[in-house]
Design a protein. Structure first.
Length: 358
C-alpha cells in the first residue's frame, strides 16, 4: 500500500521496495495524474445533481470510463513519443519517472494489449450509457478518443503544432465535464458548457507548465508546443493567465447564476495560486537541490525527508520537471475546492430559505 501511495503522489516507486503488479501498472499508466480526471467527472456529476438529475450508477460508470480513457491516453502518448524519437534517454519524460518502454517495465506488444483492453472496456461502458441515456454519449466518447489519440499520433500530431494545450482544455473541460453531465442527465443545457470552462483552463495551465519544463528539449525535436512557439516568457505569461482566468470565470459564472454561490469556495485556493505566480516570476532552479530549497511547501510533509538532499536522497521529486509540479500542487486544491463548492451548492436553496432570502 505504501508503494501505491508513493506512485500516486510522485509517479515514482519507493527506492529499494519491490515493484508489485499493481504498482507497476500505476507507474506505466501514470496514475499520479488521474486525480485531474476524477475532478472533471466530479464537476460534471455535481452539475447534474444541482439540476436534480444525478444517477449514482451512471456516475460510477462515467468515472471508471474516464480513468481508463486517461490511462489509455498516457500509454498511447508514450508509445508514439518513443516511435517518433521524442522520448529518448536524457529527455525529461525518461528522467522524472520510469518510462514504460525505455525502462523495460513493459514491451511494445504488452503496452498495446493494455491499450486495447482499456479501450475495449471503455467501449462497453460507452455502449451501456448510450443505450441508457442516448447517442450523444457515444459522440462524446468518440470525440475524446480522437482528440487524445491525435494529440501525438499522425497525421495531426496536435502537440507538435501548438494545438496540444487547446486539446487538453477541450478534453478535461467541455468533453469530460459536459459529457459526464449528459451521461447522467440525458440533456445538455448551454450553462453546462460554460461551467465546464474554468476547470478545463486549469488543467491546460498545468500542461503549459509541463511544456515549459521541456521547452528546450522540445525545440530541439521540433515539437511545437505553445511554450516553444511563444518562448519562455510567453509560456510563463500564458500559464499565469490561465490560472487567473480560473477565478475570473468562476466569479463571472457565479454572478450569472450558472454556478451556485458556494462555488466561490475556490477562492480559498488563491494563496496557492499566488505562490505559483511568484514561482513563474523566478528563473528555473539550476539543480534538484536548489529546487528543494525553494519548494519545500509543495512536497507532502511525510515525503520531505525522503527527498531531502541533506539526507543523501535525490533532491526534488520529479526533477527535471518544475513548473508542472507547482501547477499540479495548485490544481488539486483549486479543483477540490470547486468540487466542494458545488457539493455545498446542493444545500444552498435550503440555506437561503432558512436565512430568509427566498
Amino acid at each position: 500500500m505504501a508503494q501505491w501511495i508513493s506512485v500516486l503522489r510522485t509517479c515514482n516507486p519507493e527506492a529499494g521496495v519491490p515493484l508489485g503488479p499493481v504498482s507497476k501498472w500505476l507507474v506505466i499508466t501514470r496514475a499520479c495524474v488521474f486525480s485531474m480526471t476524477v475532478l472533471s467527472a466530479g464537476i460534471g456529476g455535481l452539475l447534474a445533481a444541482l439540476a436534480g438529475a444525478f444517477d449514482p450508477w451512471a456516475f460510477l460508470l462515467v468515472v471508471a470510463g474516464l480513468v481508463l480513457a486517461h490511462a489509455s491516453n498516457n500509454m498511447v502518448n508514450d508509445y508514439f513519443d518513443v516511435r517518433h524519437g521524442v522520448d529518448t534517454p536524457g529527455y525529461p519524460r525518461t528522467a522524472y519517472a520510469p518510462h514504460p518502454i525505455l525502462s523495460g517495465l513493459v514491451g511494445v506488444r504488452g503496452l498495446w494489449v493494455a491499450i486495447f483492453l482499456c479501450n475495449l472496456v471503455d467501449l462497453g461502458i460507452a455502449l451501456a450509457l448510450t443505450w441508457w441515456k442516448g447517442w450523444p454519449v457515444m459522440a462524446f466518447a468518440a470525440g475524446g478518443l480522437a482528440v487524445s489519440v491525435f494529440y501525438v499520433a499522425p497525421p495531426f500530431k496536435l502537440k507538435h503544432h501548438g494545438l496540444g494545450e487547446l486539446a487538453i482544455f477541450a478534453i478535461w473541460g467541455p468533453l469530460m465535464i459536459s459529457g459526464s453531465y449528459y451521461a447522467l442527465a440525458g440533456a445538455l443545457p448551454a450553462s453546462v458548457w460554460l461551467a465546464s470552462v474554468p476547470y478545463g483552463l486549469a488543467v491546460m495551465a498545468v500542461v503549459v507548465g509541463k511544456h515549459l519544463d521541456k521547452r528546450e528539449k522540445d525545440a530541439e525535436r521540433r515539437v511545437g508546443t505553445l511554450p516553444v512557439l511563444l518562448g519562455e516568457r510567453g509560456g510563463k505569461r500564458l500559464m499565469g493567465g490561465l490560472i487567473v482566468l480560473l477565478y475570473l470565470c468562476v466569479l463571472g459564472l457565479t454572478l450569472a447564476r450558472h454556478l451556485p454561490l458556494a462555488s466561490l469556495l475556490v477562492l480559498l485556493s488563491l494563496p496557492r495560486a499566488v505562490r505559483v505566480l511568484r514561482v513563474l516570476a523566478l528563473p528555473m532552479p539550476a539543480s534538484p537541490q536548489a529546487a528543494f530549497g525553494l519548494a519545500r511547501d509543495a512536497i507532502p510533509r511525510d515525503l520531505r525527508e525522503k527527498f531531502d538532499p541533506a539526507a543523501g536522497s535525490q533532491g526534488f521529486p520529479l526533477w527535471p520537471l518544475w513548473y508542472v509540479v507547482w501547477g499540479v500542487w495548485w490544481v488539486r486544491v483549486a479543483g477540490a475546492w470547486l468540487v466542494a463548492g458545488l457539493a455545498l451548492g446542493l444545500a444552498e436553496p435550503w440555506l437561503l430559505e432558512r436565512l430568509g432570502f427566498s
